[in-house]
Write a protein that binds this ligand. Sequence first.
Ligand SMILES: [Zn+2]
Length: 197
Amino acid sequence: MVDMVAAKILIGRDNNSFMYNPVYPHCCDSCHYATKQEVNPDFRLARQRYDVSCINLHPARKQYDVSYTWDGYLIVSKRFKQFCEEKSYQNAVFHSIPQEPDFYFLESSKIIPLDYARRPVEFIDLCKVCNRYAEVIGMSKNFVQQGFFMEENTFYRTEYDFGSHNRKSPLIIVSLQMAKEMAAQKFKGLYFDDVLK
Ligand SMILES: [Zn+2]
């Protein structure tokens, strides 16, 4: 049987920046890892920088419409936010970034359940105090839980944050239709991975 694509994971290029480094807020007293993501009021995206190893100069990283910090914060441009608002996409929270007025930290609180049995994911070191894993490894080839009905025009997040230690973040997942609409806008830095049925 061929796997059918059910939804798309929204991914952005690396923006070569850290939201925090090395001290994070909201750290658990026991495992000492951050328990939630929050904008650092001093955060700035890495300045313009070119890759001189290539013949073509790469665009400035600050110009990405969709990008991730090294520590897993999804950063989007004002243009991306405006587009989402025009389309009335639901369950997106755009947090302002004081030092970067043209960019936002994007979150969603609506959970899409993935099938963690069909695609083995490694859950490492559950902390009994914050109830979070130190590491959740194994991101690619995701399957949505069978029978889950996904709403249109809605941003979803996975229940677990993927990655390690203070570099974990949920996957942000959108419908096929939303991914198509976003792709048509040619947002810089934006690409997608599949969530299968
Ligand atoms: Zn903990």
